[in-house]
Write a protein that binds this ligand. Structure first.
Ligand code: NAP
Length: 372
């Protein structure tokens, strides 16, 4: 008989969180939810706790105190921590899960991007492991099974191109929040949907791939693939490229991250090949979508640069969603913040400082723009 895996789900009320519960609900014999955490949606959280039999003291919301998330991530009976919180708020839970030797099913990319060097130290020392939930990294994780690490020539991440694919910079001057929230292939939370429209999401994923798979930035490429069927690829030294294909459905990578190397016995996103006629691939337009270039630059600069970039981006995206800056202003704000330089990162305090600097400068840049 297989042992039940105990899951701590952080960010349970969000897009990833609710899809994770969907996966768990159809695999009750395999998974048990032992704790839940959310931000403001207390009603849904209470409903989830009741459905999955989580005691009220382990279903926590409104967690401004980051220790509480870390406490849940290090519960002794947790086998897997699924971190699906949005933004930098996910970092303490990422660190706590790895420090306590847990499997970390990681959706919260911001924690790995901001805290890369610190997360790497803890990951090595604490005995924990990271299994990516992001569909592109899950695809790469799956493709990597086809060879050994020294045979990897490059990693390719696909991007749908978002709602503004094919538009020039001039055509992007007047796009609205509603336009930017219309993702062509994925239904996701607001922040990541805006990040997808600017290609910052793909830039963050490039840094995430570097951290997860230890490939340098010259060997991580982005290809625009509007159908979102091929999620990621690995090219090996003998010229073979191995790709993972499925319909866009996050329940597939979530299910794999919970149970890897085992796969679920229920299919999510399986292909119907009679319905697919064309798969196309294009080079991203870095003039119209400068956030991708900014992310490569921050990744190569290393140290505090990715943390500052990610923090500045969070502030800029919020300002855009609040109608305070235009869509093109997101990249402008991030660029302005990054031009002022960034520091080094040795420990968590340095990450917090790099984040604080990014936020502070981005708020100033937003203020100036919205006052103008
Ligand atoms: N959605 C996708 O398809 C997708 C794909 C790949 C990667 N990701 C990544 O996964 C993460 C989550 O994305 P999402 O789209 O699921 O976002 P989302 O729908 O906005 O959900 C975010 C979740 O985090 C919770 N939360 C926010 N601040 C919190 C805090 N301080 N403490 C505890 N919980 C907090 C929210 O709670 P309330 O709603 O209750 O306030 C919600 O449950 C992001 O890092 C994103 O980049 C998402």
């Amino acid at each position: 008989m297989t042992r039940t895996t105990n899951v701590v789900l952080l960010g349970s009320t969000g897009s990833i969180g609710t899809q994770a519960l969907d996966v768990i609900a159809s695999h009750r014999d395999r998974y048990r939810v032992v704790a839940l955490a959310a931000g403001r949606n207390t009603e849904l959280l209470a409903q989830q706790a009741s459905t999955f039999g989580v005691p009220p003291e382990l279903a926590r919301s409104g967690l401004d105190d980051s220790r509480s998330l870390a406490e849940l991530a290090s519960l002794p009976d947790a086998d897997v921590v699924l971190n699906a919180v949005v933004g930098f708020a996910g970092l303490p839970a990422t660190l706590a899960a790895l420090e306590h030797g847990k499997r970390l099913a990681l959706a919260n990319k911001e924690s790995l991007i901001a805290g890369g060097p610190v997360v790497a130290k803890v990951r090595g020392a604490g005995g924990g492991e990271i299994i990516p939930v992001d569909s592109e990294h899950s695809a790469v994780y799956q493709a990597l099974r086809a060879g050994n690490p020294r045979e990897v020539r490059r990693v390719l991440l696909t991007a749908s191109g978002g709602p503004f694919r094919g538009r020039s910079r001039a055509e992007l001057e007047r796009v609205t929040v509603a336009d930017a929230l219309q993702h062509p292939t994925w239904t996701m939370g607001a922040k990541i949907t805006i990040d997808s429209s600017t290609l910052m999401n793909k830039g963050l994923e490039v840094i995430e791939a570097h951290e997860l798979f230890a490939v340098d930035f010259d060997r991580v490429d982005v290809v625009v693939h509007p159908q979102s069927i091929v999620h990621g690829m690995v090219e090996f030294t003998d010229g073979a490229t191995i790709a993972q294909l499925s319909q866009p459905d996050m329940r597939l990578p979530i299910g794999l991250a919970l149970g890897a190397p085992d796969r679920l016995d229920q299919a999510f996103g399986a292909m119907d090949w009679s319905q697919v006629s064309t798969l196309t691939f294009e080079t991203p337009d870095l003039d119209a979508f400068p956030c991708l270039r900014l992310a490569y630059e921050a990744g190569r600069a290393a140290g505090g640069a990715p943390a500052t970039l990610s923090a500045a981006n969070e502030v800029a995206v919020e300002a855009f969603l609040g109608g305070r800056i235009p869509w093109l202003g997101i990249a402008d704000v991030v660029q302005e913040v990054m031009q002022r330089g960034t520091g080094n990162v040795e420990d968590v305090d340095d990450v917090l400082e790099a984040d604080r600097v990014g936020r502070g400068r981005a708020h100033e840049a937003v203020e100036r723009r919205s006052a103008a």
